[in-house]
Design a protein around this ligand. Structure first.
Ligand code: SF4
Length: 486
């Protein structure tokens, strides 16, 4: 998703990208480049904390895009050192206070410690309440600060063991990078819901980051994914690994394949672009229909539409043109402005659409507001039929694992069956890929309900990680209601 185009955005939103660099004289500059490559994962704020020899930490954080904050050479020069951690933040309205911008930093008796986190802790509120009762003073409303306080009160002697102690108390989805004077640490939650990969710099240093597209931009070689439940510690003697959790079936977020990850990234070692084409092909096999052309809803629907068109032997046409230069004026998340935003962001290519039976391919329907406007636009441009095909199953449930989705009542698929949804968005027909079809497109057998290979809770309601805070919100103070960002 283009960072400046939230006008009509009717997709779930990724919440955050992280990077850690160890062993490069240009650590902060590399971190800034990596954050550029991860801009699609969060556009509200960006931050970098660097570590200089001798243990001095330096920090620069700001609201807005990476380019807004890290384009000035003086900013990078103010972040010296051979190690750095960085973070892109997505946050919902009202949560953009600078104090919430990561990486978070704290001084401990062992020295400085910075942490950046992608995901959402599902027991953050419960832990936070207990910590506040013990006298901990929270500076932010981000759940990532829970890590800081759990580390502070841990009785273990060294930083890594304190972090592991903290990780054993949290529930949720997290990929984090942490930096102290001695090591860069990376960790993924035991189910591996959120991504984290390891790269090697040509100079011998290491990179930890959310996606491989961030490795490419800094010239690092992809080594492997950090495994679910794995803690990696990188210092001047290399990388060591620890697995403090009992092994279990991993549940990587299936939506990373469908929408969140950049198409040029490898996810679990597989190119996202190819996977999306396979999803489109499966969609065509499942719900092909007589039509003249296949048109993607740009940009996220493009690879799936290509796969659909190839499988259906139909021409792939750019029937919708996207304006990449919409400013940030229209970011107010009201329906009225969202509706306006659709017209600003997308234009129908009449020369392609007129007189045609059109298959429109998009990756998801959340509220349905964008789909309705786009179908209307395509029809107004002369399409004789508009058949909507979606490369995900119906989004029937909210995500509590780090992706910003509306509350369930606002999800179109939570309230309506497919036929009703087709009527609401004004399409002649509507079809979603089946859950089993999606698993097949990912090279798996059909979904095993007893042991699913992915997190697919937003399609199934099968929440693999307990939603402790959701069941425990009776006493929840207002200041903590929006604590779930990272
Ligand atoms: S609920 Fe959906 S978006 Fe959230 S982690 Fe699971 S698959 Fe991903």
């Amino acid at each position: 998703m283009d960072p400046r185009l939230e006008t009509d955005d009717d997709h779930p939103h990724e919440e955050c990208g992280v990077v850690g660099i160890w062993g490069s004289a240009d650590a902060s500059a590399l971190a800034a480049l990596a954050l550029h490559a991860l801009q699609h994962r969060g556009q509200e704020a960006a931050g970098i904390v660097s570590l200089e020899a001798g243990g001095a930490f330096h920090s620069h954080k700001g609201r807005g895009l990476v380019g807004d904050n890290f384009s000035d050479a003086r900013v990078i020069a103010g972040l010296p050192g051979r190690a750095a951690v960085g973070h892109n933040r997505y946050a919902t309205t009202g949560e953009t206070a600078l104090r919430n911008v990561q990486p978070l930093y704290a001084d401990f008796e062992f020295g400085g410690f910075a942490v950046a986190h992608n995901g959402n802790l599902t027991n953050a509120h419960t832990l936070k309440r207990a910590l506040v009762r013990r006298g901990c003073l929270f500076q932010s409303t981000t759940d990532s600060e829970v890590f800081i306080h759990l580390i502070a009160i841990s009785l273990y002697a060294n930083v890594k063991d304190r972090l592991i102690d903290a990780l054993k108390q949290v529930q949720g989805a997290y990929s984090l990078v942490a930096l102290h004077d001695g090591a860069l640490i990376g960790a993924r939650d035991p189910l591996g819901v959120r991504p984290l990969v390891i790269g090697k710099l040509p100079t011998g240093g290491f990179v930890l980051t959310s996606e491989t597209c961030a490795l490419d931009i800094v010239g690092a070689e992809f080594v492997r994914d950090v495994e679910p439940g794995e803690i990696v510690v990188i210092d001047d003697s290399g990388l060591t690994s620890q697995r403090p959790f009992a092994p279990q079936q991993s549940r990587f977020c299936i939506f990373e394949y469908i929408y969140f990850a950049r198409p040029d990234s490898l996810v679990e070692g597989t190119p996202v672009y190819e996977t999306r084409k396979r999803i489109g092909a499966e969609l065509a096999r499942e719900s092909g229909i007589a039509a003249d052309i296949v048109v993607p809803v740009p940009d996220s629907g493009v690879p799936a539409a290509m796969g659909y068109a190839q499988e259906a032997a139909l021409p792939f046409e750019l029937g919708i043109i996207r304006n990449h230069y919409v400013g940030r004026t229209f970011i107010e998340p009201t329906d009225q402005i969202r509706n306006l935003g659709v017209k600003l962001k997308h234009s129908a290519n009449r020369a392609v659409l007129e007189g045609k039976r059109v298959v429109l391919v998009d990756d998801s329907i959340v509220r349905g507001t964008t789909s309705r406007k786009i179908v209307e636009m395509v029809r107004a441009a002369g399409a004789t039929e508009v058949h909507m095909r979606i490369s995900s199953p119906p989004t029937t449930h909210s995500c509590f694992y780090g992706i910003d989705t509306p509350e369930r009542a606002k999800l179109l698929a939570a309230k309506h069956d497919v036929e009703e949804m087709a009527r609401i968005i004004g399409a002649d027909s509507l079809a979603f890929i089946s859950l089993d079809g999606l698993y097949r497109a990912l090279g798996r057998p059909a979904r095993d309900a007893a042991q699913p290979a992915y997190c697919d809770a937003c399609f199934t309601g099968d929440y693999a990680i307990p939603l402790t805070d959701q069941q425990d919100n009776a006493e929840r103070p207002i200041s903590l209601l929006k604590a779930a960002n990272g």
